[in-house]
Design a protein around this ligand. Structure first.
Ligand SMILES: Cc1cc2nc3c(=O)[nH]c(=O)nc-3n(C[C@H](O)[C@H](O)[C@H](O)COP(=O)(O)OP(=O)(O)OC[C@H]3O[C@@H](n4cnc5c(N)ncnc54)[C@H](O)[C@@H]3O)c2cc1C
Length: 388
């Protein structure tokens, strides 16, 4: 391996967002170096992955346009035909057929998508440097220079920070974050259900809690249960079977008996938005730029939209501009700030609404859900937003 590599783009972080960015830029004919502290993920297990994503139709279409779908194990991707959102006795039903859409999204396991992305990377001319740590970041007028602890140096026109919530790159550039601790933990596990889920993503909102049961292929469902940190520590002490019973009770038994399949994981919930998305020759993408509450299942979709925007703007670059051009990066930052803040306001606002113990607010929420259910045109608009 060369000690000094020159490239158009160096991407730090080979999570879903960094991998997809490497593919998108490589498909535009740009030279790409992809760096990660971990090793390549090239194997799937047969068991169900506890980490799953609800991909929007927009994300799925984009991943298909990057030729990633042929590498995905399609038999393990589950379509979402409808969403049922429940608060106390009220239920809002959003169905793809009400808006003449083929589906609202798909559920895919982390390892299914990660392995597919790595396979696509291997089929392209991307330089992959894994199991290394970044040690230094410098800027010259012409390039950004990244030094690694294997003594390699990468000199690039543009550096993409795709290194997740604790982004090393973001810290080197002194970009701050607006941080909110939801004092909640998401409990994640998979179950096989007695009753068919009928491709419905179900969500229950209650005081400072959201429980989602998302459809997996067959009669399996994936749980994302966001609860207060104290309640989470109690739930995490339960056996898998007792947790299944607690989930069954909280979800009003709609799916009948639930049987655990696999492990239970937990994630502390925060929102964190970087105060700047770009600095000289550097752009933040994915969780390095923004982490939002998972209740809307939008985190990775937001990260994919960062890459869509950046790579789409890159196609319009004038021949005098390179990928590190300040005006180009400012355009990216402006476009992505609005989308990110809107999504963060929505999820944080919903959390605050449902955290409230106020009777009036609860009645208002129930009234709102009831009204929405009976407003065909408004509902159609909402469904189109969900599936956007
Ligand atoms: C409980 C839960 C449920 C969720 N459900 C959904 C959902 O249904 N739909 C959805 O869209 N989103 C969901 N999300 C959000 C989603 O998981 C994240 O938004 C997404 O995984 C972020 O991807 P990323 O590639 O930006 O970052 P990451 O996946 O964190 O990847 C970062 C990469 O950078 C590497 N790295 C880190 N530091 C360094 C370094 N110094 N040097 C080199 N490499 C480094 C890491 O090894 C890693 O590979 C959920 C999140 C949680 C917590």
């Amino acid at each position: 391996m060369k000690q000094h590599i020159e490239t158009d783009v160096v991407i730090v972080g080979a999570g879903l967002v960094g991998l997809s960015a490497a593919i998108a830029f490589a498909k535009q004919g740009k030279s790409v170096v992809l760096v990660d502290a971990k090793s390549v993920m090239n194997q799937k297990t047969q068991t169900w992955d506890e980490r799953i994503y609800a991909l929007s139709p927009e994300s799925e279409t984009w991943l298909k346009s990057l030729d990633i779908w042929p590498y995905v194990e399609a038999e393990r991707v589950c379509t979402i035909d409808a969403m049922h959102v429940r608060h106390e006795s009220e239920e809002l039903v959003l169905s793809s057929s009400d808006a003449n859409l083929p589906k609202l999204g798909v559920i895919i396991e982390n390892q299914n998508l990660m392995v597919a992305l790595w396979q696509k990377i291997n089929a392209l001319d991307v330089t992959v440097v894994t199991e290394v740590n970044c040690v230094k970041l410098e800027n010259t007028q012409q390039a950004v220079i990244l030094s690694l602890d294997n003594n390699q140096q990468v000199s690039a026109k543009l550096l993409l920070a795709a290194d997740g919530i604790h982004s090393w790159v973001r810290q080197q550039t002194n970009i701050g974050v607006q941080h909110k601790d939801f004092q909640q933990t998401a409990i994640v596990a998979n179950f096989s259900a007695e009753n068919p889920h009928r491709n419905v993503a179900r969500q229950w909102f209650s005081v400072h809690e959201t429980l989602a049961l998302l459809p997996l292929v067959g009669q399996n469902v994936s749980l994302v249960w966001a609860v207060s940190t104290e309640k989470a520590s109690e739930l995490l002490k339960l056996s898998n079977e007792d947790l299944a019973d607690a989930v069954g009770a909280k979800s009003q038994g709609v799916l009948g008996d639930l049987k655990p399949i696999g492990r239970t994981l937990s994630f502390a919930l925060h929102s964190q938005i970087a105060t700047q998305f770009v600095v000289e020759r550097l752009a933040l993408v994915g969780d390095a730029a923004h982490q939002i509450h998972p209740m809307a299942g939008q985190g990775v979709n937001l990260g994919f939209r960062d890459v869509m925007e950046l790579t789409s703007l890159a196609t319009n670059l004038h021949h005098m501009q390179d990928l590190g051009d300040a005006a180009f990066l400012r355009q990216y930052a402006r476009a992505r700030k609005t989308d990110t803040l809107a999504m963060n306001t929505l999820t944080s606002g919903l959390d605050a609404l449902f955290a409230s113990d106020s009777r009036m607010l609860k009645q208002l929420t129930n009234w709102g859900l009831r009204q929405l259910n009976h407003q065909g045109s408004v509902k159609k608009l909402l469904i189109q937003q969900v599936a956007a």
